[in-house]
Ligand binder design. Structure first.
Ligand SMILES: NC(=O)c1ccc[n+]([C@@H]2O[C@H](COP(=O)([O-])OP(=O)(O)OC[C@H]3O[C@@H](n4cnc5c(N)ncnc54)[C@H](OP(=O)(O)O)[C@@H]3O)[C@@H](O)[C@H]2O)c1
Length: 306
């Protein structure tokens, strides 16, 4: 099969399109013919190990010292079950699925074998494969943090970094929970964030959000602490009494299969919509990584797989 192999940690051109053996599903695995995947910000961290020295050592121990032990990166997929292991009962051959796996990777390829009981669910029929691949990463992370903060109807939620993969999901899901959402983004993304349901949008290039009188029950940083730390210290000044400030980098999110199913249902009802910035072919994945490395994608960058 065709797959993109990460030959060592480094810039995007460490990625190479190669022919490798097609995997065979083990007992409780399903093999999925991948039709679309996404280049996530996490993929770029794994490829480039662009982390603080302490985190880089931990990442090398976990992922492989000189190069990823699993050379095929990619955590997100939309595709079709192509073959099932002898004990796998959850999916039928031919079933359309979408999913996320941050441990096994392997989605920059035509096929991958994943356990049937992982973050894998039936793909909503109303979505294309590209759209389905744009849901799990931002959607599952945003749901985890909004649940952690116990977001409820009527609360005032500020999403800092409202235009990224996590941010676009957080805006839509907070609105779905009945919150009044304020999104913070740069000028080019103001219309997008408003269209996702934010009642107020603050352009951080033109305005200091702490100058406003508004106070928030939750400030959710969807950018990540390396870029947002200084701004977040300021943001605490606009927390309502008893309010919470959470970052997408706080702890290791607990991602749940039932949430993937819920995201599919919400997308089917039009409660959330996948935001796709650009789509690249698998052959052009180096360009896709260069683009995501810039840190300013709008929603998701999707890869179509032949
Ligand atoms: N805890 C975990 O295990 C875990 C797992 C996965 C991801 N994460 C974190 O989640 C973060 C977000 O992921 P993502 O895929 O949503 O990222 P993304 O799609 O690249 O989006 C980042 C957003 O941040 C905004 N931004 C960039 N620089 C900024 C700045 N200096 N100030 C304010 N906003 C800025 C950009 O909007 P504008 O273009 O409008 O500026 C962009 O839309 C990652 O960076 C990572 O730290 C954590």
């Amino acid at each position: 099969m065709k797959a993109v192999v990460c030959t060592r940690y480094g810039p995007p051109d460490v990625l190479r399109l190669e022919e490798i053996a097609t995997p065979v599903p083990r007992k409780n695995e399903v093999r999925i013919r991948i039709l679309a995947t996404a280049v996530t910000s996490s993929d770029c961290y794994v490829r480039g190990l662009n982390l603080s020295p302490a985190y880089r050592i931990m990442a090398r121990l976990a992922l492989g010292w000189n190069a990823p032990r699993q050379p095929v990166l990619g955590m997100v997929l939309s595709g079709e079950v192509d073959s099932v292991g002898p004990d796998a009962k959850s999916f039928d051959v031919g079933e359309r699925v979408f999913g996320f796996n941050r441990h096994l990777f392997g989605t920059y390829a035509q096929f991958v074998c994943w356990p049937e009981d992982g973050l894998l669910a039936t793909r909503p029929t109303t979505l294309t494969d590209d759209e389905a691949a744009a849901i799990p990463y931002g959607g599952l992370l945003a749901l985890h943090f909004l649940r952690k903060a116990d977001v409820r109807a009527g609360q005032r939620v500020l999403v800092y970094g409202a235009s990224g993969a996590v941010g676009t999901s957080a805006v839509q899901l907070a609105r779905h929970f009945g919150a009044h959402v304020t999104g913070v983004c740069s000028t080019a993304n103001v219309d997008l964030v408003a269209s996702l349901g934010a009642t107020t949008v603050i352009d951080y290039t033109r305005e200091d959000l702490t100058d406003r009188a508004a106070r928030y029950d939750l400030i959710f940083d969807a950018v990540g602490k390396r870029k947002s730390a200084a701004s977040l210290r300021q943001c605490r000044r606009v927390l309502a009494p008893g309010g919470t400030c959470l970052s997408v980098d706080d702890g290791r999110p607990k991602l749940r299969r039932e949430d993937l199913v819920l995201l599919g249902e919400l997308a089917t009802k039009g409660e959330i919509r996948p935001v796709i910035d650009r789509t690249y072919a698998l052959d052009d994945i180096v360009d896709a990584h260069r683009y995501v490395d810039n840190g300013h994608k709008r929603g998701n960058v999707v890869i179509t797989v032949p």
